[in-house]
Write a protein that binds this ligand. Sequence first.
Ligand SMILES: Nc1ncnc2c1ncn2[C@@H]1O[C@H](COP(=O)(O)OP(=O)(O)OP(=O)(O)O)[C@@H](O)[C@H]1O
Ligand SMILES: [Mg+2]
Length: 330
Amino acid sequence: MDTAVALNPRAADVPESREPLLEVSDFSLRRGQAVVLDGVNLALQPGETLGLIGESGAGKSTLAMALIGLLRAPEVQLEGSLCFRGTELTRLREADYRRLRGNKIGLIFQDATAALNPCFTVGEQIAEPLKRHLGLSKWDRRERAAELMHSVGIPEPRLRLDAYPHELSGGMQQRVMIAIALACNPELLLADEPTSALDVTIQAQIMELILDRVRELNSSAIFVLHDLALGAQVCDRIAVMYAGQIVEEGPSERVLASPLHPYTRGLKSCVVELGSRRLEPIPGQIPPLDAMPAGCRFAPRCPKAKAICGEQRPQAEIRDGRQVACWFID
Ligand SMILES: Nc1ncnc2c1ncn2[C@@H]1O[C@H](COP(=O)(O)OP(=O)(O)OP(=O)(O)O)[C@@H](O)[C@H]1O
Ligand SMILES: [Mg+2]
């Protein structure tokens, strides 16, 4: 992907000691016997952006879906805590979740075609959260929907209010989804691979658009991404996820400049160096959920693994201002 996206200018300004907007503590999610998320810890300050990075099957979308309350008992079993603005999300009733979702917490999915309803005009779909959460009148909703379409770079928004999703290009549909996600000025935006279904030529534009809008609203955001370098470039913090666990989390510059976990190091060397086209994939793949190693889940692929790694799970330690879960950090 074209990574010509502006560096986040706020990275250095975010104070460390405020009450977190979101705090994920010892959070685990099981599907029957399979432990899909295992002891996840994360904190996000107001206005901060986090890149959640990891290869396919790491559990990134599962964490995002759990955060917005779309994965709940009895479909899955949850343990630990998801605390948003002091409210424990895991104990929230569905009716209360509906008041948060699309309002205080906005969502952008990977595939707009699947997320937008083909039977309603884009104007109606952008107006829906304005009616549900803000109680705006029909006239005000239409006005605001046109403003929102303009703010996400949709030309001639008044003409397009009455268009159906199939009448718009993929990039325009993604812009509509961004307008819906940001309609109620959410305090937290979850964007699950927001550009990966788009042409590479417009990926950077859409990423830039989301970042600009998030900064304007001073919202916090979690971007689920595959690309460590892009994540570090656009987010204040990076959380690297492997097989349902956070293996390293901390300020983007530090994680990218001097990764401490062998998996993060492996991801870093996966970055294709333009010119040399050097690509060093990490050999092997994430173990199946029903055959997870008892100790460190990365041990079978880790170049540094010793006997203890296969036997005991390393607890996350704070090193150099970040959390790292590895028996041999040095
Ligand atoms: N509906 C489901 N039923 C059973 N297992 C599932 C389901 N959805 C995901 N999983 C499993 O949960 C694990 C985590 O999947 P998840 O989709 O969260 O990964 P991801 O990091 O988002 O991957 P990707 O980058 O491919 O989107 C995987 O082992 C996956 O097979
Ligand atoms: Mg996913």
